[in-house]
Design a protein around this ligand. Sequence first.
Ligand SMILES: [Zn+2]
Length: 343
Amino acid sequence: MVDPITHPVSQAMAGGSHGLLARAYFRIKPYLPLGVRWAVRRVRIPRIMKRNAGVWPIDESASGRPCDWNGWPGGKQFALVFTHDVESEQGLHKVKELAELEVKHGFRSSFNFIPEGSYNDPVELREWLETNGFEVGVHDLYHDGHLYESRESFSRKAKSINRYLGKWRAVGFRSGFMLRQLDWLHDLDVLYDTSTFDTDPFEPQPEGSHTIFPFHVKPPAGIKGPGYVELSYTLPQDSTLFLLLREKTTDIWKRKLDWIARNGGLALVNIHPDYVDFSRRQGANESYPSELLIEFMSYINSHYQGAFWNPLARDLASWFRDQSSQIAPTVPPADVSPSPPQS
Ligand SMILES: [Zn+2]
């Protein structure tokens, strides 16, 4: 049995940090128009693609099953979890439409809100989501790229995040820009975190977890607490596919989903309501047509009906914690790709 905290994946991801370039970028980011932010990120695409051709979107080494893995509940072939980070007021207005689209296709998901970002606490919307079987989670605190600037400031911010977790009855967390210090997250009163990915060289901290299975993150020696479950996202984010890379189809999602299904892993995706265009405005700025989501959901149902488990993220984390508190992923050494800036 491998202890997760001494495992290479935990050390690499716990100690990783975003580079100087990314830090400088976060400082000037508030002054850059949205179009410029995407343009800045796109400059680095060819180099990132070339360096990561063998490990993105599929990192074959991420398919290794954890020790003592007994499979998903009900003998399902794979698990499928939808998550959403709501970045702006604009995204807030599209939450219900996206949730209703998922209901129509038989899915449920979690929506993560920024407690002190650019919009006010959406009290009624949170209640509506809970009433309709969705989960509410916490997304960062200010969403300014500075959450992990120092250990001391993180401890202070963690107290605020914990207040929101309690107020919102939430147990899940995701950092802005997928930044993370996994060993600091023990300050949070969470059941799970989902700020990591199996492979995503486009993020400011590009080290992947190299696993398509959940894993435990135990507290370091001397720190009390139960630890938490880490759920890496394993399908590329919608923003990466459709805005950064300007993909016009869901082919990459389908290919990755098929591969995860074959390997019996967890397909976890992050879709931002902010970027979904429900209005069918051709060429709408920095958005992609909702038809792509509809097409992908239909693909899942037509190819895998009855073969997958679609729990809320919190239910999957809770199940994983309860049934196997000791298991750890089987993973190779961490990726060391360069650090691109993030929009
Ligand atoms: Zn975000």
